[in-house]
Write a protein that binds this ligand. Structure first.
Ligand code: ATP
Ligand code: MG
Length: 248
């Protein structure tokens, strides 16, 4: 595959673009996933391809909620598995939260392939054989496992679609979404919205998961206001656009 020159100003963006294309060729990511990635890249570009202070706060609050949960679950799709396989396994272990494969463009083969990829990166168990459904959702994403998402109280999702976020909320779950678009339905509907690239969000969350005490988790959640935080995230976009216009 193509070697990305490390001195390129947008090295990481190109590196992850290569990685996701490779995973599309292997059948882990669908072609529609490449389009979703491109949409993410556009927002990331306008956020300066960095974790904003607001995003870091949301990441900390998300870990607090996951640590205080009775049965937290990490929902994994093709893009997430392709971009940060090792890291989601580490986060799963640090939080004691199972990994469950959940796909919009679902096939048995792809679900298994994603589970195998995660196992190759150290996952002891991956839930990928659905035996339950989320009510009021018609897409393939309704298919869940009883031991996983069906019985979860808190679900972490990334690159999600608004429909499932809404359905998960309706059946009483708390949803944490990682989504670079602060205006998506997912972003607006989640209990905690992390406006950051998963490639930075997940490693930050691993660190918080390892460091935070129960006391700190409680305090962090008390101080966190998602709609305020979401607005703060969106303001970075606005400021970036303003700055760029002035430079033209
Ligand atoms: P909604 O129904 O919630 O409005 P959508 O259907 O418009 O969402 P999709 O294109 O299906 O959204 O989902 C992709 C979302 O994930 C986009 O909002 C995109 O910005 C975001 N995204 C893409 N890549 C990443 C990434 N690497 N990290 C975080 N978010 C990402
Ligand atoms: Mg959608």
């Amino acid at each position: 595959s193509l070697i990305v020159p490390p001195d390129h100003p947008r090295y990481y963006s190109l590196l992850y673009r290569e990685r996701i294309v490779e995973k599309a060729k292997e059948g882990v990511v669908v072609l529609q996933g490449l389009i979703a990635h491109g949409r993410g890249e556009a927002f990331d570009y306008m956020m300066g391809e960095r974790t904003t202070p607001a995003a870091l706060k949301a990441e900390k609050a998300a870990v607090a909620l996951l640590k205080l949960a009775k049965h937290p679950v990490i929902s994994v799709n093709g893009n997430l598995a392709a971009l940060v396989p090792r890291e989601i396994v580490m986060l799963s272990k640090a939080l004691n939260a199972p990994l469950e494969v959940n796909l919009f463009y679902r096939s048995e083969e792809r679900a298994k392939r994603i589970a195998d990829l995660l196992k190759a990166h150290g996952a002891e168990e991956v839930l990928w054989k659905p035996d339950a459904e989320i009510e009021g959702l018609s897409s393939e994403r309704r298919k869940v496992t009883r031991r996983g998402i069906a019985s979860a109280d808190v679900v972490l999702v990334a690159l999600e679609d608004g429909d499932r976020t809404e359905a998960l909320k309706r059946v009483g779950k708390k949803v944490i979404a990682i989504d670079l678009n602060p205006f998506s339905r997912t972003a607006r509907m989640a209990d905690i919205t992390i406006v950051d690239n998963v490639i930075r969000a997940i490693p930050n969350m691993i660190k918080f998961a390892e460091e935070m005490s129960e006391e700190e988790c409680k305090r962090t959640l008390e101080d966190f206001d998602n709609s305020l935080n979401l607005r703060e995230s969106a303001k970075y976009l606005k400021e970036w656009v303003q700055r760029m216009i002035e430079e033209l």
